[in-house]
Design a protein around this ligand. Structure first.
Ligand code: ATP
Ligand code: MG
Ligand code: MG
Length: 585
């Protein structure tokens, strides 16, 4: 369904990765099912699935479910849905937990090869052995490191069988902790298995009390699934050494060679300014939070912070569910990711650049309609009260012979409040007493003759006359007041006032001071032309499905999508992006 997202998957960094190992490509996208995916994951999905697709290979969706404490069924479902939404089909859906037995056996093998040992040190003791704070101090072994192989085996089985509580025992890899020349912390006797007390796993139930770590698991699952290229983000660069080390010990990879076994390579993470991607922080925005602050005199106060958004799929968030609900088409998102290209540099992209790509995509792909966000009535006195003329207007002005809709022209219209000024100004060319303005798609212009105000002093009604002789300098959009549909339109701005909300105080709740009070503007009185109905029906015919959103350009206003939820009968619109970059600021 989705078009090939450019040739980026055969260029530059990915091309070099392929040339290092030009074999039949097998990749995997390995999310941990402990939260909703965000815009950064769209890059990970595009890179892994796109690379495989380009080389006619396959890509697995592997749930890295080794931490039962944090994982929930809804995340599995949501992640699958997002991969599908982005237009990719996993070759197979697998789970790290599919391999728990095999992983356990290989852990025993590691012990038997004297490459792992059961350690009873506390977290603090282990940190000290690894050079302490900053990893700068002397490194040293604990007594457990030299215990007999048999003893580690027995203790590992005891861990499995429930003898230990969390923290009382863990399996450690026997790497190069004591080699003063080994500068890579990933080689300093990493943890391989730990006891987890809240151990109920949604797939393996209560079978396991011990669970393998990412470091121990990932390379092995890659090997089991015969992954050729294991692509991950650059913070895993140092892990490449431990990845290869473990596979080599288990004879799943040839030392210093990519001939056998999977190959890990690292690309740069994607960040977008203004976005909050940390699960914990998004949760604070979604659910609210209770935070503690210590005053100058040492007293601790707790503060309850209300939610800042409506849910994980709030259009102001950069979660993929949020981006989808806002109305961004999956293809436009993929286009954004592929335009950035893939390198090993971390890329922080301005939100404006993301929006520019979306806008460019929508411009070519959606019909146009007239929507008035903040209506004022205009009565064209030269037309009779029952006047109705159906103008035939194409959905795309660049395709005059393409599909069109009927736009009823009636005596009373709505125009947007921002298109009227009480007092004329030489730089203002829209509706004002004394000047003429064009109405889009209407063969004549109008001129305001008088206006009246309501009790609150707001202009409520404008009387206008029809002008046929002169050509107006500007055109405004409008809808018929008697043949239009009331809708609720929501416009979005950045959630925070600053560009880098990650730098705010999240610990004690100071971030709330920076929330943008105008991040969501609700236009309750908006009205749209009846052509919306036709666009909605057309979409049903073409897509035959309900989850595909209806999108359109509201002329002179912005791009909108119909929200999946209605307010009773009333359609709710979400602004995807404004029409121009600086609008709304
Ligand atoms: P987060 O904590 O932000 O959710 P994560 O790395 O814990 O990120 P995982 O579920 O483990 O999330 O991620 C699955 C894959 O997506 C990993 O290969 C990871 O490297 C990649 N990924 C995560 N965040 C980004 C990002 N911002 N840009 C590119 N790839 C990312
Ligand atoms: Mg994660
Ligand atoms: Mg992770």
């Amino acid at each position: 369904k989705s078009s090939e997202p450019s040739s980026v998957f055969a260029e530059g960094w990915l091309k070099r990765v392929y040339e290092e190992k030009p074999v039949s490509v097998r990749t995997r996208f390995p999310p941990e099912p402990n939260g909703f995916l965000h815009i950064g994951h769209a890059k990970a999905i595009a890179v892994n699935f796109g690379f495989a697709k380009h080389y006619n290979g396959v890509c697995f969706l592997r749930f890295d479910d080794t931490n039962p404490d944090a994982e929930k069924e809804i995340y599995f479902t949501a992640i699958k849905e997002m991969v599908h939404w982005l237009g990719f089909e996993p070759y197979k859906i697998t789970h790290s937990s599919d391999h728990f037995d095999r992983l356990y056996n290989l852990a025993e093998d590691m012990i038997k090869k004297d490459k792992a040992y059961v350690c009873h040190c506390t977290k603090d003791e282990v940190n000290l052995q690894r050079g302490g704070r900053d990893n700068r101090g002397r490194r040293f072994a604990c007594s457990h490191r030299e215990r007999p192989i048999e003893e580690s085996l027995t203790e590992f089985q005891a861990m499995r069988d429930g003898k230990y509580k969390a923290g009382e025992a863990h399996l450690r890899l026997k790497q190069s902790l004591t080699d003063p020349n080994e500068g890579n912390p990933q080689m300093w006797d990493l943890a391989a298995y730990r006891v987890i007390e809240k151990n109920h796993h949604h797939r393996t139930g209560d079978k396991w009390r011990i669970y393998p770590t990412y470091d121990f698991t990932h390379c092995l699952c890659d090997a089991f699934e015969e992954i050729s290229h294991s692509l991950c983000t650059t913070e895993f660069y140092l892990s490449r050494t431990s990845y290869d080390w473990e596979l080599e010990i288990l004879d799943l990879k040839k030392p210093k060679s990519e001939e056998k076994g999977p190959m890990q390579r690292e690309y740069g993470r994607l960040n977008v300014t203004g976005s909050i991607l940390s699960k914990r922080r998004i949760a604070m925005l979604v659910k609210g939070a209770t935070v503690e602050a210590t005053g100058a005199d040492g007293t601790i106060t707790t503060k309850t912070i209300p939610p800042a958004v409506r849910g994980w799929d709030d259009p102001r968030l950069y979660t993929l569910v949020g981006i989808r609900r806002r109305g961004v088409p999956a293809e436009a998102l993929l286009q954004f990711v592929s335009e950035l290209g893939v390198t090993d540099a971390l890329t922080t992209i301005q939100a404006a650049r993301f929006e520019a790509t979306i806008r460019r995509y929508l411009e070519r792909n959606v019909p146009r309609l007239m929507l008035v966000l903040d209506p004022i009535k205009v009565i064209i006195e030269d037309l009779p009260p029952d006047h109705r003329e159906d103008l035939n207007v194409p959905f795309d002005p660049k395709k005059p012979d393409g599909e069109s809709r009927k736009v009823p022209l009636t005596q009373t219209l709505y125009i947007d409040r921002s298109d009227f000024r009480e007092i004329d100004d030489p730089d203002f060319f829209r509706l004002t007493p004394g000047k003429i303005v064009g109405l889009l798609n209407v063969p004549f212009a109008i001129k305001a003759t008088s206006f009246s105000k309501d009790s609150a002093g707001r202009v409520s009604e404008i009387k206008a006359s029809k002008i046929e002789a002169e050509k107006p300098k500007a055109y405004i959009h409008w809808v018929s007041a008697t043949s239009s549909k009331p809708v609720t339109a929501r416009q979005y701005n950045t959630l925070f006032k600053c560009e880098e909300p990650n730098g705010l105080d999240w610990k004690t709740g100071g971030y709330t001071d920076d929330l943008n009070p105008e991040s969501e503007i609700i236009c309750k009185d908006a009205v749209i032309e009846e052509g919306l109905e036709q666009v909605m029906k057309g979409k049903e015919k073409v897509e035959g499905g309900s989850d595909e959103l209806v999108r359109f350009q509201a002329v002179r206003t912005g791009y909108f999508a119909i929200d999946p939820e209605r307010e009773g009968e009333r359609v709710v619109l979400n602004q995807i992006v404004s029409l121009k970059e600086d609008a709304g600021k």
